[in-house]
Unconditional design. Structure first.
Length: 208
């Protein structure tokens, strides 16, 4: 892929960022209307630990590839993270399927785990078959929200894929973000309707 100079503070994510990325994702997606209900644990501390462990697994899978980006703050730490997969890559690699299933059952228990597995199947079935880069996750640290950092980081990623002529795809699990994606050139693609009643709008963007 074409290498471009990244904006100030933006850099590729590394394995050393994984813990911080998982913390940011946990805080961002606990109240999410789609992801939140998939973690039904009533105890807040246990639920936060569940989500952090889950997202750490998913971050580790994504970091097999060099595409993910983070935005650092002035005093260190991360303001925002974007988890990207290159064309042809899956969220969970084939050699990690068994580990993923074991992790989900261990975290959620046998009653809640099937809903997580089913949601993954539904999101996977909705992905376009045409080659694309996949923005699996975008999140802003709690103390940095409202500063435009998430969209700034997304734009940095899009510049790379635009230069390489690669379309991109994402899922918006919170309608509050839909207009932001559309302002960056994303067009509605499909709606994923989950068995528990939740839904997510998916978006496709041709390279500019």
């Amino acid at each position: 892929m074409t290498q471009l100079q990244l904006p100030e503070g933006v850099r590729p994510a590394t394995a050393g960022d994984a813990d911080a990325m998982a913390r940011i994702l946990s805080a961002a997606f606990l109240p999410d209307p789609v992801w939140g209900p998939l973690f039904p644990e009533p105890d807040p501390a246990r639920r936060e630990a569940q989500t952090r462990a889950y997202w750490r697994f998913m971050v580790d899978e994504a970091l097999r590839h060099p595409d993910s980006l983070v935005l650092e703050g002035e005093a260190g730490g991360l303001r925002a993270i974007s988890v990207w997969l290159p064309p042809g890559a899956d969220e969970v690699a084939e050699d990690a399927h068994d580990a993923y299933e074991t992790m989900v059952v261990d975290l959620l228990g046998p009653e809640a785990a099937p809903a997580m597995f089913r949601s993954g199947e539904q999101f996977g079935a909705a992905r376009p078959t045409d080659p694309h880069a996949y923005l699996t996750l975008l999140a802003v640290a709690p103390g940095a929200r409202g500063g435009g950092y998430g969209m700034s980081l997304l734009r940095a990623g899009l510049e790379r894929y635009d230069a390489a002529g690669i379309p991109t795809y994402l899922e918006s699990s919170n309608p509050a973000n839909d207009a932001r994606y559309e302002r960056l050139g994303y067009a509605p693609y499909a709606v994923v309707r989950l068995d528990d009643g939740g839904s997510a709008q998916t978006y496709w963007r041709d390279p500019a």
